[in-house]
Ligand binder design. Structure first.
Ligand SMILES: Cc1cc2nc3c(=O)[nH]c(=O)nc-3n(C[C@H](O)[C@H](O)[C@H](O)COP(=O)(O)OP(=O)(O)OC[C@H]3O[C@@H](n4cnc5c(N)ncnc54)[C@H](O)[C@@H]3O)c2cc1C
Length: 377
């Protein structure tokens, strides 16, 4: 395609959060810089974990480097400025973002990709006694401590995971691999699941049940966790799932940084975006990934959608800077789900009917994930 001679822009494009969608934006501006553009990334963490490889890393199959994208390098290559800080407020009226360290950053165009915060409400004591799986950076440190403790003679021997969604199931398989390796085959792993995840079709659910059995992971199905304390997980029927350590991978809540801003939100406080990924009430603000809800075609909060939004977001930010018409993002109706079972196999599926399993599925998943990561190296 022929490049037109466009006037140099003298605008500030501010990216907040180094999530899955923003790595595509940085990559796009590194490949094709926009003359005169001042590009800034504000992010809490300079290494962004790739969710597809997270369970494999927790299971001990991938080194930490292999599943992280180096934002510092992407920022350097795109000629951007890196501000390692946390956005704590969005002042849309004055086009400013407030930072944890004090001060504000002004923008002409803003894009937000800051993920979620765990929703521990409804589970008494979870904030004090359980490990939340988000943010992932914190989870990795907590996981290292858990694995180190499990290696000791007095360490945890019973670990429960609350949440039977894709992330919870992935965590259970990873826990069985990593913790039994250091703590011995007697390590008990349990999953507490309130109900089948709508993302998983019945074929996948059956395969997961069989794989959990094969890997000696106890499944408490239709079990609603209402409390966590030093004894384990208390269920709504009053029974106890005994555990020395508990991980919670249940609902997602909107990041607190969004509270108090005038930006349009859905009923749960996530940014409400239209098909162009612009926030509904402010055309100078875009949002993608888990922190945003697509109001006309809402999809589950999963990394795969943040990844798919990335290239569209990059093109739309460039178009917005140039004053060109924006393109629409239409999310796919369903998406491929691949779950490693930690024994050299994986379970896969898509939509309402398709499900499959085997060693070849793990090899395929591994190839897809490594290919994704190569793109950002
Ligand atoms: C155990 C586990 C397994 C999973 N497996 C899968 C899977 O197989 N497939 C799948 O599709 N999804 C999976 N997910 C879900 C996936 O992790 C998320 O959907 C995905 O990370 C969302 O990407 P994101 O870009 O919205 O945000 P994130 O990846 O969470 O990135 C947010 C970024 O913003 C930064 N940030 C946050 N707040 C601020 C702030 N206030 N200011 C500045 N920076 C900030 C963070 O440091 C981070 O870099 C899994 C999740 C877990 C926990």
């Amino acid at each position: 395609m022929m490049e037109r001679n466009l006037p140099e822009t003298s605008q500030n494009l501010l990216l907040v959060g180094g999530g899955h969608a923003h790595v595509f934006v940085l990559e796009a501006f590194a490949r094709r810089p926009e003359p005169g553009l001042r590009l800034t990334l504000v992010t809490k963490d300079v290494l962004t974990p790739y969710s597809g490889m997270l369970p494999g890393h927790l299971a001990g199959l991938y080194e930490r480097d292999a599943m992280h994208i180096d934002l510092e390098r992407l920022v350097r290559e795109s000629g951007a400025t890196l501000v390692q800080d946390e956005a704590i407020g969005f002042d849309a009226r004055n086009r400013q973002v407030r930072l944890r360290s004090g001060g504000e950053i002004a923008y002409d165009l803003l894009s937000i990709d800051i993920g979620i915060t765990p929703d521990l409400s409804g589970i008494d004591g979870a904030a004090d006694h359980a490990l939340a799986v988000k943010p992932i950076g914190d989870l990795l440190e907590k996981w290292d401590r858990l694995v180190a403790a499990a290696a000791g003679p007095d360490g945890p021997r019973r670990v429960a995971i609350v949440g039977g969604g894709v992330a919870g199931i992935c965590l259970a398989f990873a826990a069985a691999s990593a913790l039994r390796k250091v703590g011995g085959a007697g390590m008990q792993i349990s999953v507490v699941s309130a109900g089948a995840s709508p993302e998983l079709n019945s074929g996948m659910q059956e395969r997961i049940r069989q794989a959990l059995k094969r890997r000696r992971i106890a499944l408490y199905a239709n079990a609603v966790a209402v409390g966590v304390d030093e004894r384990g997980v208390t269920l709504a029927d009053g029974s106890l799932v005994p555990a020395d350590a508990v991980l919670v991978s249940t609902g997602a809540a909107a990041p607190p940084a969004l509270n108090g801003s005038d930006l349009a939100k859905d009923e749960r406080g996530f940014l409400a975006v239209g098909p162009s990924l612009q926030v509904l009430n402010d055309s100078s603000v875009f949002a993608a990934g888990d922190c945003a809800t697509m109001m006309v075609s809402s999809r589950p909060k999963a990394g795969v959608f943040a990844v798919r939004q990335g290239p569209v977001l990059a093109r739309n930010l460039r178009r917005a800077l140039r004053g060109e018409p924006l393109e629409f993002y239409t999310p796919q109706h369903d998406h491929l789900i691949l779950i490693g079972t930690g024994d050299g196999r994986a379970i896969g599926g898509r939509g309402r009917w398709l499900s499959f399993e085997g060693r070849w599925v793990w090899r395929w998943k591994d190839w897809l994930d490594r290919r994704f990561m190569r793109r950002f190296r």
